[in-house]
Design a protein around this ligand. Structure first.
Ligand SMILES: [Fe+2]
Ligand SMILES: [Fe+2]
Length: 290
């Protein structure tokens, strides 16, 4: 059971697939959030994911009047290029030593095979290159408490997921010369205990967003869920899975959904219809105050 809470959160959307309407912010494929947590007189800044390119993130930061050098910790949700691609460019600009929380398999090479073979993993030599610029890897399958009230969700194995969130993917990795299915067990999320309940972040939410929310409840012992934020990877999901996901999140009492990226238009429409004004479509530059 987590007793500690952050007093308030300000979440700056530094990267998103949608720029927003009539917006000066730059969109790109991927997500990145700067999370400002106020704890008493203290402020801690966590960078959750780095999208694919650093430049649009630096541009958006300028418009938001924030400096990348404020970042205290980096969390990488999983190995895909649209979450890790901006890392090296951002570390270069930070010019300081920063812990990077991730799963031990974050460096694995993954490939998409549909509709054609292409590399979708992290930057080549990300481990060494990040260290060169001051990154300090903190690799764990287990949840880690980053600051009081803020924790990573750790690994959620295929067999631990809600049954209808399991299943074959069209992503492969090469392991010891063998082509194997990649169940993306390297995806870790982030949970934050706030005065209003839990706030849960997913990158692509490959383990399934419902399984991730359930894991955050298990770890923290807190069942009030204020918000779930990030990409939910329902872009190619069946109608049935989309409906089950929206219903399950509602049944868990999720108060607000902020999503975009790989969630897909159909799932977004379903969230909008069922959650009404408590559904928010993410866009680059969006600032969420909790
Ligand atoms: Fe993604
Ligand atoms: Fe992904």
């Amino acid at each position: 059971m987590i007793e500690e809470k952050v007093d308030s959160l300000k979440i700056y959307t530094l990267a998103e697939d949608f720029s927003g309407y009539n917006s000066f912010f730059w969109a790109q494929h991927g997500v990145s959030f700067l999370i400002e947590a106020k704890i008493g007189e203290d402020r801690k800044y966590i960078l959750f994911d780095t999208a694919n390119h650093a430049d649009p993130i630096l541009h958006n930061l300028q418009l938001l009047k924030k400096e990348i050098s404020v970042v205290d910790y980096i969390v990488l949700s999983h190995n895909h290029y649209d979450h890790t691609g901006g890392l090296l460019g951002l570390l270069k600009e930070m010019k300081k030593s920063v812990p990077i929380f991730a799963h031990p398999d974050i460096f694995k090479m993954s490939y998409s095979v549909d509709p054609y073979f292409r590399y979708i993993g992290p930057p080549i030599n990300m481990r060494e290159e990040a260290e060169k610029y001051g990154g300090m890897w903190v690799l764990s399958r287990e949840p880690i408490y980053i600051v009081p009230g803020i924790f990573t969700l750790g690994e959620i194995k295929e067999e631990e997921r809600v049954e209808w969130e399991r299943g074959a993917t069209r992503v492969v990795m090469i392991n010891n010369g063998e082509k194997v299915e990649d169940y993306m067990e390297d995806e870790i999320g982030l949970g934050i205990n706030t005065q209003k309940g839990l706030v849960i972040f997913g990158g692509c939410s490959h383990p399934g967003i419902v399984s991730m929310v359930k894991r955050a409840i298990e770890i923290s012992g807190i069942s009030r869920i204020h918000a779930v934020i990030g990409g939910f990877h329902l872009v190619s999901a069946s109608d049935e899975r989309i409906l089950k996901t929206v219903t399950a999140l509602k049944d868990l009492g999720v108060e607000k959904i902020y999503t975009g990226h790989c969630t897909g238009l159909q799932a977004e429409c379903e969230f909008r219809m069922q959650l009404n004004k408590n559904f928010h479509k993410l866009h680059a530059g969006m600032v969420i105050s909790i």
